[in-house]
Design a protein around this ligand. Structure first.
Ligand SMILES: N[C@@H](CCC(=O)N[C@@H](CS)C(=O)NCC(=O)O)C(=O)O
Length: 211
């Protein structure tokens, strides 16, 4: 039995399928070819067992033997220690990956999340929308020259790219990368990887099982 267990919901509504953050973890596990299995936790009832592992009642979390990790960024850094395919071992390379992991989550996803929610609610006009949209556009405009100059964020492909590409692909889903050709090309490059395809297909199949 593999020690690595990815925990995700047993079911989610159609809209977020293909975007639930367990995909980030599946993707990393597939890139590194680490053996793992998936266990489900109820979407409807988030009981004490769930909250003991993920205090916000969210997914994903990962158990690795008797270690339990929540937050997709923390999970990917944990997995990064297990494979040079996810994070280089040398201190400089590691630090570069870690900084881009935080940038993906704390600089780009932080701006993208309200933008996605506004889109989801169809609230795409008016001063609040202009503010949120301007914030995302500013972040994208800063990412554009970075992504135009390199294939991957920190040398070779790493967990930083899994996170950044996953964040950008949500923006792309609402056509938010129309003026960001380098970001679009980066998302296309990252999601062309076989490990992404497997992770995406597995997530879709997992939630479909519960329909
Ligand atoms: N910062 C967390 C966010 C986790 C998160 O938002 N998970 C979503 C699924 S993608 C969730 O569980 N949503 C249900 C909820 O918030 O109640 C992470 O990156 O792991």
């Amino acid at each position: 039995m593999p020690d690595l267990i990815l925990h995700t919901y047993d079911w989610v509504p159609d809209a977020p399928r293909g975007f639930v953050r367990d995909l980030r973890v599946r993707w990393a596990l597939e890139e590194a070819r680490l053996p793992y299995r998936v266990e489900s936790t109820p979407f409807q009832e988030r009981g004490p067992e769930h909250l003991a592992h993920q205090p916000f009642g969210q997914v994903p979390w990962l158990t690795d033997g008797d270690v339990s990790v929540f937050e997709s960024g923390a999970i990917l850094l944990h997995l990064g220690e297990k494979s040079p395919k996810l994070m280089p071992a040398d201190p400089r390379g590691r630090t570069e990956v870690i900084e881009w992991v935080f940038a993906a989550l704390n600089s780009v996803e932080m701006a993208a999340l309200p933008w996605v929610m506004f889109n989801f609610m169809g609230h795409t006009s008016g001063p609040q929308w202009e503010f949120v949209d301007g914030f995302v556009k500013l972040r994208l405009s800063r990412m554009e020259p970075v992504l135009a100059q390199r294939e991957w964020l920190a040398g070779g492909f790493s967990v930083a790219d899994i996170l950044m590409a996953d964040v950008l692909r949500v923006i792309d889903n609402f056509n938010g990368l129309a003026d960001s050709p380098a970001a679009r090309a980066y998302v296309a490059r990252a999601t062309a990887r076989p490990a992404f395809h497997k992770a995406h297909a597995d997530q879709m199949a997992h939630f479909a099982k519960a329909d």
